[in-house]
Design a protein around this ligand. Sequence first.
Ligand code: SF4
Length: 429
Amino acid sequence: MSGAALARAQHQPSVPGCAEAPVLRERGQREVFCGLTGIIWLHRKIQDAFFLIIGSRTCAHLMQSAAGVMIFAEPRFATAIIEERDLAGMADANEELDRVVGQLLARRPEIRLLFLVGSCPSEVIKLDLSRAAARLNTQHSPGVRVLNYSGSGIETTFTQGEDACLAALVPEMRADPAPGLLVVGALAEVVEDQMRRHFDALGIGPVTFLPPRRAADLPGIGPGTRFLLAQPFLAETARLLESRGARRLAAPFPLGAEGTTAWLRAAADAWGIPASRFREVTAVGEQRARTAIARHREQLAGRSIFFFPDSQLEVPLARFLSRELDMQPVEIGTPYLHRQHLAEELALLPTDAALSEGGDVDRQLDRCRAARPDLVVCGLGLANPLEAEGFTTKWSIELVFTPIQGYDQAGDLAELFSRPLHRRTRLKV
Ligand code: SF4
């Protein structure tokens, strides 16, 4: 979220219930990945897109190790490395970029959408990637569309990479005044297909998804569009969609049986679907989800959990774990608290859970050590040191890579939290 968006989020009108609970705001050292990380799931999602990072060897190493890409694989992303002579202003970075893009598109003719992704180094040398994208568009259109966004790690967290990418797509969406439902946020294909089946059964449609699986399927948008956020970290994308006339359907996020039902109901209400029909369509899926979740309750009920701020999924996860598995959130830390998008979630949180926004890792570590939670959800950088201190941890980034939304994934989502506790019990035996 940009600074402006953050300021907006902090000035949202308050809503009743837990949403009024005080929030501890901190600004200090943080331990998070940068927005480049989003490419790891986005490049799998948009199948004819390519992500060209304009960055340094550090950026290339991050992508290589985070994605686990083998050297002979043909992934749909790469890093154009800015060398020292570029940084010193001795070479024309724009000429280099045009050459690299020309080579790439000649070698990979299947590419239809090319993202130039900015990084800390490209921002340091003030390489104007929006101008570069406009220039490259004139060279390579109509076969390839070239867009740009920033994945820089300066004042961002890793899920903001997806927000920036989707925000870059919004101006490309054609105007379409017809009514329709737009689901916003990258979902695994299996989840997307399940959601589509539910909407079809309810008679809601046409339904489109952002991002689309192929560049040519970018949906239209206009005053008839109602959209549901599938992810809680899309503040800028939502703002741009609203500026095109679309209206957000307020709902909790589709995590767990309860969250999925409430999310689907928001669309059903907007389409005027009778409550009896809604129950008919959702009852079996919801019951299946509750049964799958129940298998993990014995392991998780009564256990305390501490969230370090990382993925921005922390609030919906804490709601799911407290309400459907009887876990006790001690502290729910999140990088940014978007009060409007999270209003329905905040109202469902237990009143005694402490909320914190931003980050000051040393203070958070002190609070975590004092609370001695049964489970800690945190970034990769904190997990190993905390495990060495005897804490049981869960990597928050796994929750972004794994299909966790919807009824059929609710059991898997619960298992992501019960498994580390189960593993530690086994280690103790
Ligand atoms: S964009 Fe910045 S934070 Fe991210 S890997 Fe590159 S240098 Fe590091």
